[in-house]
Design a binder for this molecule. Structure first.
Ligand code: ADP
Ligand code: PLP
Ligand code: MG
Length: 286
């Protein structure tokens, strides 16, 4: 059994952060050690929420506790997602170093969740800078959306060619794989939901159908990052992991759409996450 330390938000109601990533990773046969960066009533795109940011010391404290029972060496990967404060970024990087000290083969997937004022995704000041300056170079895998692709690469990304160049620029900064969760306006085709995968061997693209939601569900990025990591830990190739991730997420989106739900329908789609019906294929474009 592979074990993932998943450092993300917790929402009591609904699905985002660890609530969006943990169950799907478990369905994929991965044991998830969920460490929460915040505990909120609901995700921030409702515009209001209650709850608290977990004090940054807790990250080191929890790592120490796991180490003291001799289990840290069994951690195969760390994933970080929605981060509650700028100070937590440093603690997360330190946590990964502690894991690496006990298991040199452990990998780090950084889902660089940044604020997105237009969408209503609120992230604390300084987190973006921490992700760019401290976390990115440590990550084996990084999973930006379009806004995050621009910020991490420092390049303009207005079209597909620029998105490819930005993904390559990030590869030069340390990460071995860049999964662009959503190309958005920098895609090839406005009628599709498109993703990109860049590694040292090339660049692959997947397009899948766009659903016209009244309000787009939150937590899709967290689901995407979690599934890609789970697939990799199960020993799949990058392309097979990319295809399973895109197809499982598409089936979750379709289920959510059919149920007219604003919250991701992960439980209803549980069997589809394991065995997606969708069969979209990755196409090598460079
Ligand atoms: N097939 C789809 N059709 C329409 N919208 C989708 C589809 N899949 C995902 N989405 C929406 O696209 C948005 C992607 O948001 P974005 O900020 O670009 O990336 P992420 O959620 O990956 O961080 C989300 O709001 C999600 O609900
Ligand atoms: C509490 C919380 N966690 C995580 C996220 C990230 O969600 P997504 O996967 O849609 O980027 C958000 C976005 O608003 C959020 O409010
Ligand atoms: Mg996101």
């Amino acid at each position: 059994m592979k074990n993932v330390l998943s450092i993300q938000s917790h929402v009591v109601f609904g699905y985002a952060g660890n609530k969006s990533a943990t169950f799907p990773m478990q369905l994929m046969g991965i044991d998830v050690w969920a460490l929460n960066t915040v505990q909120f009533s609901n995700h921030t795109q409702y515009g209001k929420w209650t709850g608290m940011v977990i004090p940054k010391e807790q990250i080191g404290e929890i790592l120490r506790g796991i180490d003291e029972i001799g289990e840290l060496k069994n951690c195969d990967a760390v994933v970080s997602g929605y981060i509650g404060s700028a100070e937590q970024v440093e603690e997360i990087v330190r946590a990964f170093h502690q894991v690496k000290a006990r298991n040199p083969n452990a990998i780090y997937l950084c889902d660089p969740v940044m604020g997105h004022p237009d969408k209503g995704c609120i992230v604390a000041d300084g987190v973006k800078e921490g992700l760019i300056n401290q976390a990115m170079s440590e990550a084996d895998i990084i999973t930006p959306n379009l806004v995050e692709l621009r910020e991490l690469s420092g390049l303009p990304v207005e079209n597909f060619e620029q998105a490819v160049a930005a993904a390559r620029a990030i590869l030069a900064k340390g990460p071995k794989k860049v999964l662009v969760k959503h190309l958005n306006k920098a895609g090839k085709d406005r009628t599709q939901f498109e993703m990109l995968l860049a590694n040292e061997e090339g660049i692959w693209h997947i397009g899948r159908p766009l659903h016209y939601f009244e309000r787009e569900p939150v937590g899709v990025g967290d689901l995407t990052a979690g599934l890609f990591l789970a697939n990799k830990l199960q020993g799949k190739s990058d392309i097979a992991a990319f295809e399973h991730t895109a197809n499982a997420v598409n089936d979750v989106m379709q289920t959510t759409y059919q149920q007219h739900s604003y919250e991701l329908q992960l439980i209803a789609a549980r069997e589809l996450i394991i065995n997606p019906i969708s069969r979209y294929k990755a196409v090598k474009i460079a």
